[in-house]
Design a protein around this ligand. Structure first.
Ligand code: ADP
Ligand code: ZN
Length: 359
C-alpha cells in the first residue's frame, strides 16, 4: 500500500492506495462516524458497496443512495434529490458522506457534502483510474446548462481510500481514459515515470502492484502542484496540459464520442507538437504516438471545423480576451503557459486535423 498526504489550507488528508483495502475502511477514517451516507451508481454498487459497508463499524447507521451512471447525474435536479435523501436520513453536522465511484460520483457527492448544513465530512472511494485526478485537489462540482463543472467549490475530502481491486471491472475505454491523465502527469513532472510508461508494452489493469505505483506517482505530481497552488491561480494550470484542444474536441465531437482522457490524449499530441516546434526540445513524440497506438487510443478524428474548435479554445479558462493560452513543455518536466496567436493556432489546428483524419 502507498500513502500520500495532501496538505490543503484548512486541513490535510491521506490518500491510501492499495489492494483489498475496502475491507478495512473504518481504519482509514479520521474519526468515528455514527451516521454515514454512501453515494454510488448502479455499475459500481453491486460489486463493491457491500464490502465497503461491511467494513464500517457495526453500530454506524448507513444509508445508501444508488443512482444511474453517467455525466447526466451531475445535475441540479440530482443535487437536490440527494440533499432530500440526506435530510430524510437525518444526517447531522457530524455525519459522513462516502463517494464510491469515479469522477461523476466524487464531484457530485463532494459538492452535496460541501453544502449540506454548510458542509459535512466526505471521503472519496475512487473506482476508476481517472478518479486519481478528480479525487485529489478538492475540486467538487455539478454541471450547468452553460457548461461543465460551473457550480462548485473547493472542498477537500477528509480521506481518499483507493482500492485497486475495483479497477478489475473497469471497462477498457475507461482504463485508457485514466492512463491519459497519468501520462500527462508524467510529462509535467516525472521523467522517470514517463520512461517507465512509454517503455511498457500494454496497459494492464490486472497488475495490481504496477497500478498502485502508477496511481501513486501520478497523485504525487498532482499533489505537489495543488499544494503549491490550491485555488488555481497559476501553477495548477499546468495540469491542463492537453486540455485546451482536448476539451474542445470532447465538446465538438459530442460528449460521449471520446472519453475525457481519450480527448486529452489527442490534445496532448497537439500540445507536444507545438512545444517541440516552439522550444526545439525532444519530447519523445514518436514514442508517445506509438504508445497511444498500441494501447488502442482512438486517434482518427471525425470531420471537425478548425474555426469552431478555436472558438471553444478561446473560451477555455486559461484564455484572456479571446487570446488562447496553452500549457506547453519547454522540456519533459518543465511546463509553461504560453500565448498562441490566432494565425499560428489556426495553421497548427488545420494541419493537425488533416493529419488526424487520415491516421
Ligand atoms: P471518471 O470521471 O472517473 O472517468 P465516471 O464516473 O465518468 O468516471 O465513470 C465512468 C463509467 O465507468 C461510469 O459508467 C461508471 O459507472 C463506470 N465505472 C466506474 N468505476 C467502475 C468500476 N470499477 N467497474 C465498472 N464500472 C465502473
Ligand atoms: Zn482532465
Amino acid at each position: 500500500m502507498e500513502q500520500i498526504t495532501v496538505k490543503a489550507s484548512q486541513s490535510s488528508y491521506k490518500v491510501s492506495v492499495g489492494a483489498g483495502i475496502r475491507h478495512k475502511l473504518a481504519a482509514f477514517l479520521p474519526k468515528v462516524y455514527s451516521n454515514i451516507f454512501i453515494v454510488s451508481d448502479t455499475s459500481i454498487a453491486p460489486h463493491y458497496l457491500d464490502d465497503y459497508a461491511a467494513s464500517l463499524l457495526p453500530e454506524a447507521k448507513v444509508t445508501k443512495k444508488i443512482i444511474e451512471p453517467g455525466e447526466a447525474a451531475k445535475s441540479k435536479d440530482m443535487y437536490f434529490d440527494i440533499l432530500d435523501s440526506m435530510f430524510e436520513a437525518q444526517l447531522d453536522r457530524k455525519a459522513l458522506v462516502l463517494a464510491l465511484g469515479g469522477g461523476v460520483i466524487g464531484d457530485l457527492a463532494g459538492f452535496v457534502a460541501s453544502t449540506y448544513m454548510r458542509g459535512i465530512d466526505f471521503v472519496q472511494l475512487p473506482t476508476t483510474i481517472l478518479a486519481h485526478d478528480s479525487s485529489v485537489g478538492g475540486k467538487v462540482a455539478i454541471n450547468h446548462e452553460t457548461g461543465k463543472n460551473l457550480i462548485g467549490s473547493f472542498y477537500p475530502p477528509v480521506a481518499v481510500v483507493y482500492d485497486v481491486d475495483t479497477i478489475t471491472t473497469l471497462p477498457e475505454k475507461e482504463v485508457r481514459s485514466g492512463y491519459a491523465e497519468l501520462i500527462k502527469e508524467a510529462y509535467i513532472g516525472d521523467a522517470a515515470f514517463l520512461d517507465a510508461l512509454l517503455s511498457r508494452k500494454q496497459l494492464d489493469k490486472e497488475n495490481q502492484n504496477q497500478l498502485i505505483q502508477d496511481l501513486s506517482l501520478g497523485i504525487k505530481v498532482k499533489t505537489k502542484i495543488v499544494e503549491a497552488d490550491e485555488k488555481e491561480n497559476d501553477l495548477r494550470k499546468f495540469l491542463n496540459l492537453g486540455h485546451t484542444l482536448g476539451h474542445a474536441i470532447e465538446a465538438e465531437a459530442g460528449y460521449g464520442t471520446f472519453t475525457h482522457g481519450e480527448a486529452v490524449a489527442i490534445g496532448m499530441l497537439f500540445a507536444l507538437e507545438l512545444s517541440e516546434k516552439r522550444f526545439g526540445a525532444d519530447l519523445q513524440l514518436g514514442e508517445f504516438r506509438s504508445w497511444l497506438e498500441r494501447n488502442q487510443y482512438p486517434l482518427q478524428l471525425p470531420d471537425l471545423s478548425a474555426e469552431r474548435l478555436i472558438a471553444r479554445m478561446q473560451m477555455d479558462k486559461k484564455s484572456e480576451n479571446k487570446e488562447v493560452h496553452m500549457v506547453l513543455l519547454q522540456d519533459i518536466g518543465s511546463p509553461v503557459t504560453e500565448k498562441v496567436d490566432h494565425d499560428t493556432l489556426l495553421q497548427a489546428v488545420v494541419s493537425f486535423l488533416e493529419r488526424m483524419r487520415s491516421v
